[in-house]
Design a protein. Structure first.
Length: 185
């Protein structure tokens, strides 16, 4: 008998769910998360299950608490390798990475088109930057803090060194993780 690990492997959607959880006190009901992320409740349930297996979420007896330090460590050091950026052609969409808040205020943008998540109702034309999940643009436009977390993660996935450094600093602030909580590198 061969072991099949595909059901427990972390997926890009799981990062989206974890980032939404980072904005909550405790774990809200699956249906609430599903509605806010424009997902099916079963997708959220399976995502939480995979996140537990990856130790990003504590066991149910520990109230399914988000392991913020583990999430931050993964985002800072692994996200760009596990879920690299997929760029495409020019399209209309929602700005991300350095072209969106909060990095937009700190990074001087040149004349190149900005990275955007493809979205028909998006306000900006730029080069296509595949989001972690197809429903990210819609969910992000409904929650400014969630939008900021997602764009910071995209800066880590594809940014230059300065963008990644600034994004890491901003994520630490938003995830409320002190340097004392992070494991040794």
């Amino acid at each position: 008998m061969t072991l099949d690990y595909t059901d427990d492997m972390l997926r890009p959607l799981d990062i989206v769910v974890l980032l939404k959880l980072a904005l909550k006190d405790g774990r809200p009901p699956y249906l609430q998360l599903a509605n806010e992320l424009h997902l099916y409740p079963s997708e959220v349930y399976n995502s939480i299950k995979r996140s537990r297996a990856s130790h990003f979420i504590q066991r149910p007896e520990l109230e399914d608490r988000l392991n913020r330090s583990a999430l931050l460590e993964f985002l800072l050091h692994g996200i760009r390798y596990a879920f690299p950026a997929e760029k495409g052609t020019l399209t209309r969409g929602v700005p991300t990475g350095y072209a969106a808040p909060p990095l937009k205020q700190s990074i001087a943008v040149g004349g190149d088109p900005p990275p955007v998540w493809p979205y028909a109702d998006g306000p900006v034309r730029g080069y296509s930057f595949a989001p972690l999940h197809k429903n990210v643009p819609q969910a992000a436009l409904e929650d400014a803090k969630f939008y900021e977390l997602l764009t910071l993660v995209d800066a880590l996935r594809d940014g230059r060194a300065r963008e990644r450094e600034l994004a890491g600093h901003e994520l630490k602030k938003r995830l409320e993780v002190s340097s004392d909580d992070l494991p040794e590198s």
